[in-house]
Design a binder for this molecule. Sequence first.
Ligand code: ADP
Ligand code: MG
Length: 250
Amino acid sequence: MFLETKNLTKKFGGLVAVNDVDFSIEKGKINAIIGPNGAGKSTFFNLISGFHPPSSGQVIFKGKDITRLPSNKIAELGVARTFQTTNLFDQATVLDNVIVGHRLRTKSNLVDAIFRTKRLKAEEKQCREKAIEVLEFVGLTSAAYKLAGSMSQEEKKRVAFALALATDPEIVFLDEPAAGVNPDETEGLAALMEKMVSAGITVCLIEHKMQMIMKLADKIMVLNYGEKIAEGTPKEIRNNEMVIKAYLGG
Ligand code: ADP
Ligand code: MG
């Protein structure tokens, strides 16, 4: 399996936010995680991407145990993620936001930074080229020199994708990539996720927009109170009694 979690569990004090979750992701597919607010979806992403250590369980990526690796190491291995809210520097350009976001993940140390070593300059050039490349991929070339603060919600979502793509990931975890955007824009973002898959990147997303998920996803996992209550194709999920009760509300 490309990426899998085994018995993944996260407790915050007495609260079990993610409870014993086994999930496997096939390469080249679009995977979706759905579930009510507070179900543990974002926490699940935080465990996979190394932002929180799990209480127990494992994350295996391409056969390697990546549980408890620091988040930058996990990113280096090819696992990227976006956040539910995209924090950008509003007063900087979109391009600079992507360059800075990317630089935070590269390797120059303080000595390089102070003495502006050759390595640093080469890295700066590489980061800039990469930022221009990923902005083109997400359809923001013409917005590159606009201030991030002037971007629409949908454009900010595209910037978040660009930030994730700048690390050359093999798999991206997208936390509510279409939240707060209109139906037309949602279709555009869905097309962008399909474009990622065409470029060889495996996608896993958290989303509430059921219509989009049912069209887009190859496989869906449903979380409720931290537990996996169902898993399957969109058709299987749509017809699952437990899912209908817990989530689809009827
Ligand atoms: P979802 O993304 O499905 O809406 P979350 O993963 O954000 O849910 O949250 C799951 C549960 O874990 C919630 O009850 C939330 O309050 C709790 N939780 C999330 N992060 C933390 C944290 N850092 N500390 C304490 N509790 C948290
Ligand atoms: Mg969340």
